[in-house]
Design a protein around this ligand. Structure first.
Ligand code: SF4
Ligand code: SF4
Length: 256
């Protein structure tokens, strides 16, 4: 096998890289094809960026049916796997002379316009990249792994040939996720994060109205962003609710 020329990867590099790390699915895409809104495009993080490489680690049954301790362990495993894989990939690309940057699965958080979000919307980037389709529960549905992939990404100035995940699955708008939501966070086809238990379970009920108002103010939102990113690493943050995920027909995936 010939060595890759500077600034490129041969076609076998990424499949082997992810297989060695037990990452079951990945895709690469041209960042000009992403419809990210202003402030959330990869080029606003890395101006010379040409490609995004998205990848997903499988959320095992342990995360949904295990004891509190098992669920916490599985969460740590997933986060650790995604972060170490992203760092290894960034390093691989940097060694080829391509400026690159990781997009981790969780931190840093950004608070703006009353919403809490990550650096990029990995789910929307993945849908634009053809890695899967978005469901009414705002989760990505992958053709083989359903809604069971936890995502991370690396953006890079290297031009990498886009991959295809094949025929995409579709949300059937069956309404099961909306019916399963204990907080009414999925009404009218819109995911309302300030109602979702994965946020509200961390914010005492008494302070929620004030907190949501402060999240809408430009300067307050910046302060909350700063404070949240300093405090969050000290907390064992994890999904307290997965009802809209497990209720979806795309939760059940083929035996492996
Ligand atoms: S439960 Fe039904 S409506 Fe909700 S995301 Fe899944 S397929 Fe779509
Ligand atoms: S995670 Fe739970 S609270 Fe949040 S939208 Fe899904 S079902 Fe509703």
């Amino acid at each position: 096998m010939s060595a890759p020329s500077p600034g490129t990867l041969t076609a076998d590099v990424l499949p082997r890289f992810f297989a060695e790390r037990k990452i079951p699915a990945f895709c690469s895409a041209d960042t000009t094809k992403l419809r990210a809104p202003p402030g959330r495009h990869p080029r606003e993080i890395l101006t010379s960026c040409n490609s995004i490489i998205l990848f997903g680690a499988l959320m095992t049954d342990r995360l949904f049916t295990g004891s509190d301790r098992e669920r916490a362990e599985e969460m740590h495993r997933l986060t650790g796997l995604l972060e170490s894989t992203a760092r290894d990939l960034e390093e691989l690309l940097l060694r080829q002379g391509a400026a690159s940057s990781i997009i981790p699965p969780s931190l840093p958080f950004i608070v703006a316009d009353g919403k809490l979000r990550g650096l990029l919307s990995l789910k929307h980037c993945a849908a634009d990249a053809g890695f899967g389709a978005l469901g009414d529960n705002a989760l990505l549905i992958h053709p083989f792994y359903g809604n069971r992939l936890a995502l991370a990404a690396v953006i890079t100035e290297m031009a990498i040939a886009p991959t295809s995940s094949g025929a995409l699955p579709a949300c059937t708008h069956c309404g099961r996720c909306r019916a399963a939501c204990p907080a009414g966070a999925l009404g009218n086809g819109v995911f309302e994060i300030t109602l979702c238990k994965n946020l509200t379970d961390y914010v005492p009920q008494m302070v929620r109205p004030l907190a949501w108002r402060l999240m809408r103010g430009k300067y307050c939102a910046r302060f909350i962003t700063w404070a949240l990113n300093r405090v969050a690493p000290w907390y064992d943050l994890q999904a307290t609710c997965t009802a809209c995920m497990t209720a979806c027909p795309h939760f059940k995936i083929p035996e492996r």
